[in-house]
Design a protein around this ligand. Structure first.
Ligand SMILES: Cc1cc2nc3c(=O)[nH]c(=O)nc-3n(C[C@H](O)[C@H](O)[C@H](O)COP(=O)(O)OP(=O)(O)OC[C@H]3O[C@@H](n4cnc5c(N)ncnc54)[C@H](O)[C@@H]3O)c2cc1C
Length: 501
């Protein structure tokens, strides 16, 4: 069977009573949902379909007409939405995964370092730490099971020879909670000691490299290192292949996937009654019914959350004016204690740019791509806004440097420029002093969604049931899913499964 126009078969002609939402999985499997009737109310089409995917239809001649209903609607097919969709579909639940772009994973999920983090850096009590450590194990298990390209090449965190004093609070990986406390200074090597102790406590393997091992390695010729902490469980993967596999397996487990489909409006239908969700696909509008909605919209997660939240502000303000009358109520909303900020979310955006390493071999200097076969990280950036400009290897053996950290207004501007090249170079030279401008070729960027506009506070992931104080029970919000979201993806899927079941 061949279809020439994937994802574009949502006919708008009123005469056509049968239309298909078709998706291609690049692995060669084709699946589609078969919508059999529609009706239009207030400009939105009610999507009716036979509730079976094509694969399941092979065994079924019974085609029932009903409004498209799903147990779980997952908004966004980045790596997190795909992992959540896969986990819930595997459980035997009906899952609809929608993506506004033509294909999955075109935003943050394919614009990162591609590193499988071990979980060393973040404060111990952070959800990020737990999900990263668990996600690391689950990810390797998954990649091995499906023979997907990855490499556990390990990471070296390097304290350079010329010792700098750095604020404890900024770089202690969570030992001091007050991030504004700059009195106690650690030098880089002390920082590594603390990181090692903390990793041991978290059960994350790390060890110091002996000077003998370091000096006998080829890399010692180019690396400026006083001490090196090795993280053997850090690795790299091919993000695209991983996401493709998640989609394939989610569909195989029965999930439906609509790309080119953007969620426009969400209407809660009251306690335990689910949601009416209004969507748009290639100029056509339709609605579906979802029992629960899981917001995995990445850089747009605040906008999706606000589709419900902003409407509740009016209700909340009405409650506030009744405040005095209900002062003794158990209900926070009736007591007027809910702040607008709790309802309306805002993410801030931080761009990170990457440069590809260009070898110097023609100038009789060592080719670092051949010399270096692991990830090299500096002592992290103040307050963990980023892990610092590191050296990462791609699965095909190239070296990339990045990302830096630049606050930006827009969440959709992926253009790159070399304005920060000087600072970039300076930071790399701390551990690779011989790198020159001509070794760096501007490449791509990614944008981190963060839940704060200050670089001075380490921020955690937010994964919560939102708006339950208004009787809305099935809306799960994922906000601020920056690094290490790729590593944590399967653990996030499991975490959400545990929240729901
Ligand atoms: C520079 C950088 C480097 C990083 N490096 C690493 C790393 O090495 N290791 C690691 O573990 N993590 C890393 N991360 C973090 C990781 O990339 C992210 O946490 C992860 O990709 C987030 O995935 P996501 O699915 O939440 O978001 P996204 O990939 O952004 O996916 C969200 C999807 O939702 C869709 N969407 C939005 N709104 C709607 C709507 N209304 N309707 C339908 N669809 C919608 C979007 O189109 C998008 O495809 C890095 C991040 C950055 C920015």
């Amino acid at each position: 069977m061949s279809f020439h126009n994937p994802n574009s078969i949502l006919h708008s002609s009123g005469k056509i009573s049968v239309y298909r939402l078709l998706n291609f999985c690049n692995c060669g499997l084709v699946s589609f949902s078969f919508a059999s009737r529609r009706s239009t109310v207030n400009g939105f089409t009610k999507l009716y379909y036979n509730t079976n995917t094509f694969l399941r239809q092979q065994n079924s001649t019974l085609v029932s007409e009903e409004l498209y209903k799903t147990d779980h609607l997952v908004i966004g097919a980045g790596v997190v939405g795909l992992a959540v969709g896969f986990t819930l579909a595997r459980r035997g639940k009906s899952v609809l995964l929608v993506e506004k772009n033509p294909s999955f994973g075109q935003e943050t999920s394919s614009r990162n370092s591609g590193v499988i983090h071990a979980g060393l850096y973040y404060p111990k009590e952070f959800l990020k730490t737990k999900l990263c450590i668990e996600g690391n194990g689950l990810l390797y298990e998954y990649l091995n099971k499906y023979s997907l390209p990855h490499n556990r090449i390990g990471k070296w965190v390097v304290a350079p020879k010329s010792e700098r004093k750095i604020p404890t609070s900024a770089n202690n990986g969570g030992f001091v909670r007050n991030t504004r406390c700059f009195q106690e200074l650690l030098n880089d090597s002390q920082y590594l000691q603390q990181l090692n102790t903390k990793s041991q406590q978290l059960g994350v393997p790390t060890e110091f490299l002996s000077s003998k091992e370091f000096n006998s390695s080829e890399i010692s010729k180019v690396l400026n290192a006083q001490s090196v902490l090795v993280s053997p469980t850090t690795g790299i993967l091919d993000q695209r292949e991983y996401m493709q596999s998640l989609l394939f397996n989610a569909e195989l487990a029965g999930a439906d996937y609509f790309s080119h489909t953007s969620v426009k409006r969400i209407e809660p239908l009251g306690s335990n009654s689910g949601f009416k969700v209004y969507m748009e696909s290639l100029g056509s509008q339709f609605e579906v019914h979802a029992q629960t909605v899981i917001n995995c919209a990445g850089l747009y997660a605040d906008q999706v959350s606000n589709m419900i939240g902003t409407n509740l502000v009016t209700t909340n303000n009405r409650s506030k004016s009744l405040n005095s009358k209900c002062a003794n109520s158990d209900n926070k909303s009736l007591r007027g204690e809910i702040k607008d900020d709790d309802l309306v979310k805002k993410q801030y955006f931080y761009k990170g740019t990457y440069y590809t390493y260009v070898s110097d071999s023609a100038r009789d200097k060592p080719d670092l791509s051949r010399l270096i076969n692991r990830l090299i990280y500096p002592i992290p950036d103040k307050n963990l806004g980023s892990l610092g400009i590191h050296l990462t290897k791609t699965i095909d053996g190239r070296i990339m440097f990045g990302p830096d950290l630049e606050m930006v207004e827009r969440n959709d501007d992926f253009s790159v420029n070399s304005n920060n090249l000087e600072t970039f170079l300076e930071q790399i030279k701390v551990y690779l002093p011989e790198i020159q401008k001509h070794n760096l070729q501007l490449d791509y960027c990614g944008i981190r969604p963060k839940l704060g506009n200050s670089k001075s506070t380490p921020l955690d992931f937010i994964i919560e049931r939102s708006f339950s104080m208004y009787g809305i029970t099935g809306f799960i919000n994922l906000l601020g899913i920056e690094s290490p979201g790729l590593t944590s993806s399967l653990a996030i899927g499991k975490y959400i499964e545990n929240m729901l079941y």
